[in-house]
Design a protein around this ligand. Sequence first.
Ligand SMILES: C[S@@+](CC[C@H](N)C(=O)[O-])C[C@H]1O[C@@H](n2cnc3c(N)ncnc32)[C@H](O)[C@@H]1O
Length: 207
Amino acid sequence: MTQPDDDGHWTHVYEAKPPNTVSWYQETPEPSLRALDRFGASATSSLIDVGGGASNLVDALLARGWQDLTVLDIAAPALEASKGRLGAMADKVRWEVADITNWRPPRKFDAWHDRAVFHFLTEPEQREAYRTALSRGVTDGGLVIIATFALDGPEKCSGLPVQRYDPVSLAAELGDGFQLIDGWPEEHATPWGARQSFNWCAFRRID
Ligand SMILES: C[S@@+](CC[C@H](N)C(=O)[O-])C[C@H]1O[C@@H](n2cnc3c(N)ncnc32)[C@H](O)[C@@H]1O
């Protein structure tokens, strides 16, 4: 089995750059919070933030009283940055250093959140492995929120090629077990003011 972050790309990114200087940084993860609210996830839901990096989403959810939170990322320094920022509150969160394409979820979550991770899986086998984890990791009727670069979004992120999606093509990737509830565009502003087109989708896990 490969180790998380074999080539060290993501570990290096988080060692080299303060979290608030990367292109995907958001001070407040408004699009994610809005989506969770809109599709009925609440503080009593369990949630995994897949490829959560050093995102402030976990801070915002803790502040709203969420109690069953897991953040998974391939890069240990990303999670260390979040733990450092949260201080004692970090003990309320489960932290997993893992490659999502190798990870076997030990349990199911009511909500699966992925902002800007799935689009890095440019090989069909990687996406198949992600789907396996997703299928094992989400409750029946559970909510899946995935944000990728949109068809008119950047072709690369962090120096890596990405696969861009619209709601139809993302739904086709997830397959029959996940019903598309809605898809919508978002324009993200990077810390230096560049605009990036995102495609957000919400799915329900169905039998
Ligand atoms: C563009 S960043 C987005 C981070 C976070 N979701 C956010 O919105 O701030 C992509 C993240 O995915 C993580 N990542 C990339 N490939 C991964 C994989 N195969 N398994 C788990 N995490 C991965 C990276 O370490 C990085 O933190």
